[in-house]
Design a protein around this ligand. Structure first.
Ligand SMILES: *Cc1c(COP(=O)(O)O)cnc(C)c1O
Length: 390
């Protein structure tokens, strides 16, 4: 029997064999001509994946939190006002990072867990003060709540705020059109829908963000994150020139270029559509099994992951049973309700077969945990969606 489990968590996700192979290659010099070509190509491809043809991409060793740190360090000067649209755990984190760089942070919080702040409340907040920047978590990984990035970005722009999107659980899965939607900076990490092992912070900054950076009066309060150090490096690699500031993670960047190529081969529109379809199939199964999701309404449900309350009488021991049935899912993350729910990531190279396998394993786990339901109910509901002609 195969003993490798299917990994269905909100990152790291499953990777393609080609990506894994790139990780296992002999490491070249970071200024070897073939690596310079690969790094340059990866930067060009990032613009296409973020749908931001005028953007300046940054690929820097670190996790998604570093990408948030880079955004705050380079765009915030002490005393700047920042507005955080908070839909959960990662909104709290962004507020803390912005404050670390001296921002005066105001938060517009969701009225309840599973909800998002209403657009008019965000607009009222923007109206009441001159904010330099606002942050939006596209998909809050603690609640599986998707923010209305397009609507929020339009409002932010109207009031002159730089729009920053934490897309760590979204970019390359959830529909995001950086330039068209007026997003000034979007960021993610390699291990989520980008489908590369953990270790890369990915940032694409639009022209207004770069201009705000160039107009700074004070030095960037973080040496490693400072774009003054990294911008010449990114420009050099794109110009296919050798360059050095800090040694880039060669194999990860090789893997990134492979994955970005695969993402663009599928095409962004097809990729968004696949995530929508598979998410709909999985959520249909969850509903058919009588389980409740965290997001309070369908328009707030992410397509990259699902957060599900345990039914009465079931707790996190079910996660062990699901694992024994072949699939690894994640526990809760939101501190207020951590023990009451679990999360299933379905982003990246996820397939219809993965969805059915996952629903099957969840059914087996629930049955072992003593939950009463007709086995196959979830599978039938997922299958019904998957069999719809697209
Ligand atoms: C995962 C995640 C992060 C943090 O990324 P790390 O790589 O764990 O540092 C930030 N924001 C969101 C929305 C995430 O899903």
């Amino acid at each position: 029997m195969k003993d490798r489990k299917l990994l269905m968590i909100p990152g790291p996700v499953e990777f393609t064999p080609e990506v894994i192979r790139a990780m296992g290659m002999f490491t070249t010099s970071h200024v070897a001509p073939d690596f310079i070509e690969v790094f340059g190509q990866a930067l060009e491809r990032l613009r296409e994946v973020f749908l931001c043809p005028q953007g300046q991409p940054f690929v820097i060793a670190g996790s998604g939190t570093l990408a948030m740190d880079i955004a705050a360090a380079n765009l915030i000067e002490p005393g700047d006002k920042a507005l955080v649209v908070n839909t959960g755990y990662f909104g709290d984190r962004f507020a803390a990072i912005l404050e670390r760089y001296g921002a005066e942070v105001t938060q517009v919080k969701a009225p309840a867990i599973g909800d998002a702040p209403p657009l008019d409340e965000v607009e009222a907040a923007l109206q009441s003060g001159s904010y330099k920047l606002m942050t939006i978590t596209h998909v809050d990984t603690s609640t599986a709540v998707k923010a209305d990035v397009k609507g929020l970005a339009a409002v932010g722009r109207r009031y002159g705020a730089l729009v920053v999107v934490d897309g760590v659980c979204a970019v390359a899965g959830e529909e995001m059109r950086q330039e068209e939607w007026g997003i000034d900076l979007a960021l993610t990490a390699s291990q989520k829908a980008i489908c590369v092992p953990p270790g890369l912070a990915l940032v694409v900054a639009g022209p207004r963000a770069m201009e705000a950076f160039r107009k700074r009066q004070t030095p960037v309060g973080n040496y490693y994150a400072d774009w003054n150090n990294w911008l010449p490096i990114m420009e050099a690699y794109e110009a296919r020139q050798p360059s050095y500031f800090g040694t880039p993670p060669v194999n990860l960047i090789w893997a990134l270029n492979v994955s970005l190529g695969q993402i663009l081969d599928e095409g962004m529109e097809a990729r968004f559509a696949r995530h929508r379809r598979l998410s709909r199939a999985f959520k249909a199964a969850v509903a058919a099994l009588g389980l409740k999701q965290l997001p309070l309404s369908a328009d707030k449900e992410a397509t990259t992951l699902t957060a599900i309350y345990y039914p009465a009488g079931v707790d996190r021991t079910v996660l062990g049973y699901i694992k024994e049935a072949g699939v690894i899912v994640a526990g809760g993350l939101h501190p207020a309700i951590k023990a009451q729910y679990f999360r299933v990531g379905h982003m990246g190279v996820v397939s219809a077969a993965d969805i059915l396998t996952t629903v099957g394993a969840i059914e087996q786990g629930l049955a072992r945990a003593g939950y009463q339901f007709e086995p196959g109910t979830g599978l039938a509901a997922a299958q019904a969606v998957l069999c719809e002609s697209s």
